[in-house]
Design a protein around this ligand. Structure first.
Ligand SMILES: [Zn+2]
Length: 489
């Protein structure tokens, strides 16, 4: 019998056998980005980790509905209930309509995720498109007497909830500690307790994103969208909720409280959390200002980077660590990932050319088994990669005539290597990967510089000719605010 998939559940703090509520269906909800800036390495990690989970569950034959939201409203600056909406602030700074900011960064997020070879979620709902569901959920919580209205806003009554249920069951936080640790923030005078969180916030006059409700013209609190949208698309109780560890508290803790308060149902069976990317031991994040965007990695255009790193190098780097471990960024680690990825791709190529022998001098079955054992043990991608490196060693040895494989073993090796590398880890060959990359980059820079010279001299015929000729050979030139960029089609 195949060993069963075991996942680490943050709720129980243990590994548990994965048994979906309604097999073969699996419902999975993952907190997506707040779209007010470009995605950085931390966003890539969460997306790649849950892409791995999505891919593997599908490989096992489950029918997975994967919902990942786009937060386009209600995420206040200091993650508490005061401050400015992150998207409205960006819109004001750039004098744009908020939805323009949302569209722009959503498109860029999708483009980055596609480059990383992440599969699209089944549904990608937006908070602003689910205001009615969120208002209904607030009504349900009010009906159950676990929220209160104050000055046109509605707050969740954490202390009252905690008398009946357990606020802190996911994060392990204790309410008494929260009481003494909560900082003094403005808007707090409206709350009964400082740790109560907003379900609905009355919009201040300068706040541009607002919707009508019976309490005020305002907007929903940040935690609410995930509770409302997960219930809408996956039901009141579903299998997996994922996200970064930084979302554990207060976001996910509050999601549980809202769902229990509205539906009297614990919403999630398995909570999965990926750990953070660190830079010199400190978390990488937009609010900390030490982040590197994915675009900067792909172009190499950042003072902390010694060179450009391709999307597949980034993917390999992230998969080389177990998702619950921290992963420290460095140029050396990325260079090692680049080498590892290239060895995989070379082996994939060599594998197609290998010839079978009458007998095998080496066993292949244990590699296949080790790969499954590793994935079944809480998606242990670094162990899968270690086993695949053993496969690479065999591929090269057979190619060098130092080892032999019979037809059955060669087929098994081909299947195992391509299924785990491609379908499950999601690695794919990149055009121009390897040493010739720098030559191509240099040539393209020269061509784009010549085109810029032509444009500056108002010689648009030449500039257009360069772009059109490149297009004919499959190189797409895009003009951006920062200058022209190119990519292979
Ligand atoms: Zn969320």
């Amino acid at each position: 019998m195949e060993p069963k998939l075991v996942v680490h559940n943050t709720l129980s703090r243990r590994k548990e056998v994965f048994e979906p509520i309604n097999p073969p269906h699996v419902g999975m909800y993952v907190c997506g980005p707040t779209v007010y800036g470009d995605a950085h390495l931390g966003h890539a990690r969460s997306a790649i980790v849950f892409d791995l989970v999505f891919r593997y569950l599908q490989h096992l034959g489950y029918k997975v509905r994967y919902v990942r939201n786009i937060t386009d409203v209600g995420h206040l600056e200091n993650d508490a209930d005061s401050g400015e909406d992150k998207i409205a602030k960006k819109a004001r700074l750039e004098q744009l309509e908020p939805m323009e900011v949302v569209q722009y960064f959503t498109d860029r997020y999708h483009s980055d995720m596609a480059k990383l070879n992440n599969l699209s979620p089944s549904i990608e709902p937006r908070a602003s498109g689910h205001i009615i569901e969120q208002i209904q959920m607030i009504e349900d919580i009010l009906d159950n007497n676990l929220a209160y209205e104050s000055e046109g806003s509605v707050y969740f009554d954490v202390e009252k909830y905690n008398r009946q249920y357990h606020y802190g069951k996911l994060s392990g936080r204790v309410l008494d500690d929260l009481m003494s640790n909560t900082r003094d923030l403005d808007g707090q005078g409206e709350k009964r307790n400082p740790f109560d969180f907003a379900l609905w916030k009355k919009a201040q006059p300068e706040h541009i994103m607002r919707w009508p409700s019976r309490w005020s013209k305002g907007f929903p609190g940040w935690h609410l969208e995930c509770s409302a949208m997960s219930a809408r698309y996956l039901g009141e109780r579903f299998d997996i909720h994922g996200g970064g560890m930084d979302l554990l508290f207060p976001h996910h803790e509050s999601e549980i409280a809202q769902s229990v308060a509205a539906n009297d149902t614990d919403p999630v069976k398995y909570w999965l959390h990926n750990n953070m990317i660190t830079v010199n031991g400190q978390k990488m994040g937009k609010s900390l200002g030490n982040f590197i965007t994915l675009g900067e990695f792909f172009s190499g255009n950042h003072p902390s980077l010694t060179q450009a790193f391709s999307p597949m190098t980034i993917r390999f780097f992230i998969l080389q660590a177990h998702y619950r471990s921290t992963l420290d960024f460095s140029n050396d680690a990325l260079l090692a990932a680049e080498k590892g990825y290239e060895r995989f791709m070379k082996a994939l190529n060599t594998l197609t050319k290998l010839q079978a022998s009458p007998v095998s001098s080496v066993e292949v079955e244990p590699i296949r088994q080790n790969c499954y054992d590793a994935m079944n043990d809480d998606f242990n991608s670094p162990m899968v990669i270690a086993s695949l490196f053993e496969a690479v060693r065999i591929i090269n040895s057979v190619n060098d005539k130092k080892e032999t494989l019979n037809t059955a073993d060669l087929n098994l090796l081909r299947e195992t290597f391509s299924v785990f590398t491609g379908d499950i880890l999601g690695l794919k060959p990149e055009s121009g990967s390897g040493a010739d990359n720098s030559v191509l980059d240099g040539l393209m820079q020269l061509v784009l510089d010549l085109r810029l010279n032509a444009k500056t001299a108002k010689d648009y015929a030449t500039a257009d000719k360069i772009r059109d000729q490149l297009s004919k050979i499959g190189i797409v030139v895009k003009d951006t605010k920062e200058g022209a960029t190119w990519e292979m089609n």
